[in-house]
Design a protein around this ligand. Structure first.
Ligand SMILES: [Zn+2]
Ligand SMILES: [Zn+2]
Length: 311
């Protein structure tokens, strides 16, 4: 076989392998990488474990001894990269405790299954502290607030779509607006808030709703069609960001996210609510594609009314 022929065979093989790899990646579930780590436990070294460390750090499961810092510092978390160390085991235990998964400290099936569900990008840190502090002794509240309990000092909030808003292909602004309007209505029904839409991308408004891809100027870049589906900021930032790399719909197929369900959840953040440990609550951080969850539950209603002093 001549060198040239050999080169062609090698190139063709490489292309074939690349295509297979690209294809399987394209059809993998969001966060499917976690599945490959199932069975991991302390003492092992597994390629890809750093992704789980980053996941647990991002969502607030690495705590310092005094619980004060939101995240352990980067160097501590990523020490040893793919080694299943003591710190990772502790973070997994907190994750299991918070999500009512039997506490094994290992990446067992129940844990990896939970981690693969699409979720909100806002950290669970407040919940983790609440859960860890209460331990098994007492049930934590079904609602939580941001540190310092930030809230709005007026009842009428104006909202508009963001300047750099780029809805995914096939999604029209009226569809988004209708879904978002219904989500605002849900919160209006249980509070003293009123929400008014203002047209024009430069109009002053309290709440700004945008679609973004990847890095978009805040400290929480989206990671394509995996990781967080959306995130929002506490009062009085008023920013609500959808991840444009997910598929969105007002009538979701099994691979699409529901616009209104996510809007109700994220508006909860813009009004001052953090996540809930109650799976039924709108403020629970996980929601699968194809699922509709639009109705505020008693945990959400109690939380928001408590924050604004409504009896
Ligand atoms: Zn959230
Ligand atoms: Zn953002």
């Amino acid at each position: 076989m001549s060198t040239m022929t050999l080169l062609r065979v090698v190139t063709a093989t490489f292309l074939l392998v690349s295509l297979v790899v690209i294809n399987s990646a394209a059809f993998a579930a969001p966060l499917g990488f976690i599945k490959q780590l199932e069975g991991g436990r302390r003492g092992q070294s597994i390629e890809g474990l750093r992704d789980v460390k980053q996941y647990l750090q991002k969502f607030g499961y690495y705590l310092n001894d005094d619980h004060k810092d939101t995240n352990a510092n980067e160097a501590t978390v990523h020490q040893n990269y793919d080694e299943f160390d003591e710190l990772l085991e502790a973070a997994i235990k907190r994750y299991q405790l918070t999500h009512r998964i039997p506490v094994s400290g290992a990446l067992d099936r129940a844990t990896t299954t939970q981690m693969m569900i699409p979720r909100c990008g806002v950290s669970d840190h407040g919940l983790v502290i609440m859960t860890v502090d209460y331990g098994d002794q007492k049930k934590p509240n079904d609602y939580a607030f941001f540190p310092g309990k930030p809230k709005w000092n007026k009842n009428n909030l104006q909202y508009r779509f963001g300047i750099t808003s780029s809805p995914p292909a096939g999604l029209e602004e009226p569809t988004i607006k209708a879904a978002v309007d219904k989500a605002f209505q849900s919160w209006k029904n249980v509070t003293e808030f009123t929400f008014d839409y203002v047209a024009g991308t430069f109009a002053p408004a309290d709440l700004k709703i945008s679609f973004f891809s990847r890095r978009h100027g805040d400290r929480s870049p989206f990671q394509g069609a995996k990781g967080a589906t959306a995130h929002a900021f506490p009062p009085r930032y008023g920013e609500l960001h959808y991840n444009a790399d997910f598929k969105w719909s007002d009538d979701p197929s099994p691979t699409e996210m529901d616009l209104e369900s996510i809007a109700v959840h994220e508006i909860g953040h813009t009004l001052g609510l953090l996540h809930s440990v109650n799976k039924a609550a709108i403020m629970y951080p996980y929601l699968n594609t194809g699922k509709i969850k639009r109705e505020l539950q008693s945990a959400d209603i109690e939380g928001i009314r408590k924050l604004y002093g409504l009896s």
